[in-house]
Design a protein around this ligand. Structure first.
Ligand code: GLA
Length: 333
């Protein structure tokens, strides 16, 4: 309730602010300025997006202002600040997808081009709000996770009747819900017993919550000795794997596959001894950072409107191939 109240109050304040201040102080200069706000600047995925967006800014000669916006109030004050600095284009992964209508209205009133990345805005009725958007092809990527887990389980010669699967979910955000639903769909399509797939909903998508909901699920099923682990992203899967280790299960009896291919998973591959983090689906922070920033720059500077929707793909990486693939994808020298 508190959270909802704070959000509504913030949105109201935001709209009043917009009404009072719709002219940028640096109007009249030719310099193109673009803002890039993300919901979690600590997560490697967003740091990578920013890094590639900065590369686009350096190449095209525009100014990129990168700021975290971790709640409704931060979004409000950051967009206001960006306007004061003369920003004409905004790329945003919002802290709450329900803020979409208010953010859209605010950017319209400020004359800022709006491009949503990663987490798509929703309307009050829960359906997607149509804006320019780049996200991942979430259900396909979920299918890749489920297929990879099943194939690795088969390669290890496990008896499926001894195996359980834990899926770390966060269903408030469609791109996250589609990933975990997709993973379950693929497991079941390959013959895994759907009643042995246990979804563990997270109240917040972070490592601590992923850890505790996994512990709770493990405690409910002491009879299961082999596990498949999947979730909305690398952070969730690494949190779950730490719970697996705390429960004393060996990495030989657990196969976990994340999504992002970010530092959280890569650092597991780089340890001398394998952990249960067996794989991850490598996404493209380059497309989500460099391409979005370039598109918004061209939109602002040249009037070239970007594609309304771009959905990106991913590929499985494991300890065996990650170094080669990271180099191939331009993510490592
Ligand atoms: C969401 C997730 C991130 C990342 C992006 C990719 O925002 O929280 O970890 O997977 O999607 O679009």
């Amino acid at each position: 309730m508190n959270k909802i109240f704070v959000s509504l109050a913030a949105i109201a304040a935001l709209l009043i602010t917009v009404g009072c201040n719709n002219s940028a102080s640096t109007e009249g200069t030719d310099e193109v300025k673009i803002g890039f706000l993300v919901k979690d600047a600590q997560e490697d995925w967003f740091q990578q997006e920013w890094k590639f967006a900065q590369k686009a800014a350096d190449e095209h000669g525009f100014t990129l202002i990168k700021q975290p916006a971790e709640d409704a109030e931060a979004v409000m004050s950051q967009i206001d600040n960006l306007n004061t600095q003369g920003v004409k284009g905004l790329i945003i992964c919002p802290p709450e997808v329900t803020l979409g209508p208010a953010i859209t209205k605010m950017t319209e009133q400020y004359g800022m081009k709006l491009f949503v990345v990663d987490d798509r805005f929703i309307k009050p009725d829960g359906t997607p709000l149509d804006t320019h958007y780049m996200g991942i092809s979430a259900r396909n990527i979920g299918h890749k996770v489920g297929d990879a887990l099943f194939d690795e389980m088969s390669a290890r010669g496990w008896d499926p009747s001894e195996v359980g699967a834990i899926g770390l979910t966060f269903d408030e955000i469609a791109t996250l819900k589609d990933r975990t639903e997709g993973a379950k769909e693929a497991l079941v399509a390959k013959g895994f017993d759907g009643s042995r797939v246990f979804f563990a909903p997270q109240s917040k998508a972070n490592i601590e919550v992923a850890n505790s909901v996994t512990q709770a699920t493990l405690n409910q099923h002491p009879e299961i000795t082999k596990w498949l682990i999947f979730g909305n992203n690398d952070v969730a899967v690494v949190g779950a794997v730490r719970a697996i280790e705390q429960a004393g299960l060996s990495h030989e009896n657990v196969i976990a596959c994340g999504i992002n291919g970010s530092a959280e998973s890569i650092s597991e591959f780089e340890r001398d001894e394998p952990t249960a983090v067996w794989g991850t689906i490598l996404l493209s922070p380059k497309q989500h950072g460099y391409d979005t920033a370039t598109m918004v720059y061209k939109w602002v500077a040249e009037g070239e409107e970007p594609a309304r929707e771009t959905l990106t793909e991913g590929q499985l990486i494991t300890r065996e191939n990650y170094e080669t693939v990271l180099v191939e994808q331009g993510l490592r020298e």
